[in-house]
Ligand binder design. Structure first.
Ligand code: HGY
Ligand code: MN
Ligand code: MN
Length: 396
């Protein structure tokens, strides 16, 4: 078994949950265990290893001079996620260093491996906290309001130290290998995707307020049912997104209160994730969501609380680095497709600060954020080989 394969399998055992998936969230013992495992792998390669103040694992191969080429992804997951999302990019980055060292390469500039903390945002429903801190985008007031300080204290970490994770100025380029998480490459029979741009992501926490009452005695026309409002919102968002090709909408978390089968829901709280790759459409998403929910609240006689939880603008990736990846793929004998990403990635944070690019490998059936996530071993190896070739090009 290849080292890459062995590393992927070892990583997949950490945080394995009872649903057959993997659950590793920011500042939990599962992610800490995965980080410790990664730090051991990096130490074996003789690079300088640290867990930075934002919980990012960094492996610094300090060689030559100038800014570093940074490679990696994330080890945290969504609830019951798969074994490839994030982890592949991290173990491939380790593999790149392993290969270059085995070949006796002496980089003329540093090569850094990273596993960013909290890319998925599962715990605080925000996401990319580690890469944002690394890039000096430290929104302490926002993170304070989400329980981040408490989680950090529990994990023995110092919330006030988060700004010290800002080191992006020491980086000159970022490359991230990732699974596609969609069906395009598999359907077209193409080996690899060279990512052109990443979609914009806007998140909200919404709460409809109605009146809890008796499920049998309250006349239907007099109910102020908060869950009915939420149900209408789910459908309105779904229908709006279906009607166009530059928008997606998802409600992934929902709860009714007080939560009795014979009680009319007095409150309903849910998350909203809306996305668009088009900067113009992205700009329209916030007013659209607000107007849609306000209209539903008025019609259903409900109160509405709507709070934006995260906003990441659409971003284009670096054209020069896309060429480097494409050329490396060609030399490796792989077919490629230039394509946008509908998923968010740490690269979209880095891309606002340094040239950044991404390489996709196919996802079986287009499935991701699920225990069924799968990418063929050959494609994982191919992705790592192309990444190694691209890094070699940038550092020799
Ligand atoms: O939510 C996303 O698109 C990503 O997988 N973090
Ligand atoms: Mn993901
Ligand atoms: Mn990911």
């Amino acid at each position: 078994m290849s080292s890459l394969r062995a590393d992927l399998e070892a990583a997949a055992r950490i945080g394995a949950d009872e649903h057959g998936g993997i659950s590793r969230f920011a500042w939990t013992s599962e992610l800490a265990q995965a980080n410790a495992w990664l730090m051991e792998r990096l130490a074996e390669l003789g690079v300088e290893v640290e867990l930075d103040p934002a919980g990012n694992v960094l492996g610094r191969w300090e060689s030559g001079e100038g800014t570093a080429v940074l490679i990696g992804s994330h080890l945290d997951t969504v609830p019951s996620g798969g074994r490839y999302d994030g982890a592949l990019g991290v173990v491939a980055a380790v593999d790149v260093v392993r290969r270059l060292k085995a070949e006796g390469v002496e980089p003329r500039r540093p090569v850094w491996v990273v596993s960013f903390n909290d890319e998925e945002g599962a715990r605080f429903q925000t996401g990319m906290l580690g890469s944002r801190a690394f890039c000096g985008e430290c929104d302490l007031a926002d993170w304070r309001g989400r329980g981040v300080p408490e989680a950090m204290v529990e994990a023995g970490r110092d919330f006030a130290a988060l700004p010290r994770a800002g080191r992006v100025q020491e980086v000159g380029a970022f490359l991230e290998l990732h699974i596609e998480q969609g069906p395009v490459l598999e359907r077209l029979g193409v080996d690899l995707g060279v990512v052109t741009a990443i979609t914009g992501i806007l998140g909200f926490r919404a709460r409809f307020l109605g009146e809890a009452n008796h499920a049998g005695t309250t006349p239907m026309e007099h109910r102020r049912d908060a869950l009915v409002g939420a149900a209408r919102a789910v459908l309105a968002l779904r229908d709006a997104a279906r009607a166009r090709d530059d928008m997606t909408a998802n409600v992934g978390v929902i709860a009714a209160e007080p939560g009795g089968f014979n009680v009319v829901p007095g409150a309903a709280e849910f998350t909203i994730d809306v996305r668009s790759p088009s900067p113009r459409r992205f700009g329209e998403l916030e007013p659209f969501v607000r107007e849609t929910l306000t209209a539903i609240a008025d019609e259903e006689g409900l109160g509405l609380e709507l709070a934006e939880t995260h906003r990441k603008s659409p971003v284009e990736l670096d054209a020069g680095l896309q060429d480097v990846l494409e050329e490396a793929a060609r030399e490796e004998g792989a077919t490629t497709l230039r394509m946008p990403s509908g998923a968010g990635h740490d690269a979209m944070v880095l891309a606002h600060h340094v040239p950044a690019a991404m390489l996709f490998v196919p996802s079986r059936g287009g499935v991701s954020h699920s225990p069924d996530e799968h990418t063929a071993a050959d494609h994982c190896e191919l992705g790592a080989s192309v990444l190694a070739r691209a890094v070699r090009r940038l550092v020799t």
